[in-house]
Design a protein around this ligand. Structure first.
Ligand SMILES: Nc1ncnc2c1ncn2[C@@H]1O[C@H](COP(=O)(O)OP(=O)(O)OP(=O)(O)O)[C@@H](O)[C@H]1O
Length: 334
């Protein structure tokens, strides 16, 4: 099956005015004709199939937004080829726009002074959405995202959470095949984040809308995206399922044993002791497949064991460990 999105050796370089330090430097910066070149995206390739939900992750300045902007046709790649639904996005921007939805967390596509419903109506006209389809979509999405009470309110009067939900509804009214979201949950409270995540997961599952999102909130990934593309310093450093990332790191599961009386050192062949508080001992499991039964049989019945807890690593731990190991490896490479 042909992928919906195909990136082959895509790079993007920006020219930036050279900056000079100090007060005098500030004047020099204003008049300088000197430039430095920043590589925001460096030789990135991937395929995304219809119906996938992909989290595009990376630290600040790693090149995530730049890649999204190229896929939506806003920016032109400096090198490589990019195909979205069989088109080159920047060459066929209008045709591309009809098939995709875009949500930039920091930038609104709604009409600030008009009632929210007017933005939706305008969208229906611009995209020429059949009226019944538009009405069905609006009803369904505003119910799911609890937006009905706000449809007549001016956009500038909406809270950030209400506005973000409105942005998402608007981006989906024309039934796009792909939805691009840049930081869709930024600045939202936990309840609003949860509503947005559950909605996106449902849209992906039930309507088969392909989702590509950038985020710094890893719970977004956990709820919505089985696949991760990770970038660092403009380069792709990981592409695969979250489970693959977990196993690439080995087991990061932690074990806690609590004893009624201090048994002294308890050495296990299946786990490494990381902290010994006497009554409570903490371990890191050596292998993915070690079971609780194996651990308990090794601890033995002679010891006065009170409680056992096994902690699966959460996504934050997995991603942090991945970046830490990479940084350590690159620091030690001559
Ligand atoms: N229009 C531009 N002109 C010059 N440099 C740019 C431009 N847009 C982005 N950059 C630079 O390209 C690099 C990547 O920026 P980008 O916004 O893609 O990163 P990001 O991963 O989305 O970061 P963040 O997580 O902070 O949003 C940065 O060094 C940024 O300063």
């Amino acid at each position: 099956m042909t992928p919906l999105i195909e990136a082959r050796g895509v790079s993007k370089r920006f020219r930036q005015h050279k900056r000079f330090p100090g007060l005098l430097g500030a004047f020099k910066t204003l008049v300088t004709t000197e430039y430095t070149e920043v590589t925001a995206v460096n030789d990135i390739s991937f395929d995304i199939a219809a119906g996938e939900a992909v989290g595009y992750l990376g630290p600040n300045g790693a090149g995530k937004s730049t890649m999204i902007k190229m896929m939506t046709g806003i920016l032109v790649p400096s090198d490589g080829t990019l195909s979205v639904l069989g088109r080159t996005p920047h060459l066929e921007r209008m045709a591309n726009a009809r098939q995709i939805g875009v949500v930039f967390g920091q930038r609104s596509q709604l009409w600030w002074d008009l009632p929210l419903i007017d933005s939706f109506t305008l969208h229906q006209r611009i995209y020429d959405i059949p009226l019944t389809r538009y009405q069905d979509n609006l009803k369904r999405f505003s119910e799911l995202l609890d937006l009905k009470p706000f449809l007549d309110r001016a956009v500038r009067q909406l809270s950030l959470g209400q506005r973000m939900r409105a942005e998402i509804v608007m981006s989906l009214l024309h039934d796009p095949k792909i939805l691009f979201l840049d930081e869709p949950t930024i600045g939202l409270d936990v309840v609003a984040k949860d509503a947005v995540r559950r909605f996106l997961a449902e849209i992906n599952r039930e309507r088969g809308v392909t989702i590509i999102l950038t985020t710094h909130d890893l719970q977004d990934i956990e709820t919505i995206c089985p696949r991760l593309i990770m970038v660092d310093h403009a380069k792709l450093i990981f592409d695969g399922q979250l489970g693959k990332l977990r196993s690439a790191l080995g087991s990061a599961r932690r074990l806690t044993l609590e004893f009624a009386t201090d048994p002294g050192p308890v050495v296990l062949s299946t786990a490494t002791l990381t902290n010994d508080d006497g009554l409570i001992k903490h371990y890191l499991l050596e292998r993915e497949e070690v079971s609780l039964v194996q651990i308990l049989s090794e601890v033995g019945s002679t010891r006065d064991l009170k409680d056992v807890a096994l902690h699966e690593p959460n996504i934050e731990e997995v991603i942090r460990t991945f970046y830490q190991r990479r940084n350590t490896a690159s620091a030690t490479t001559p």
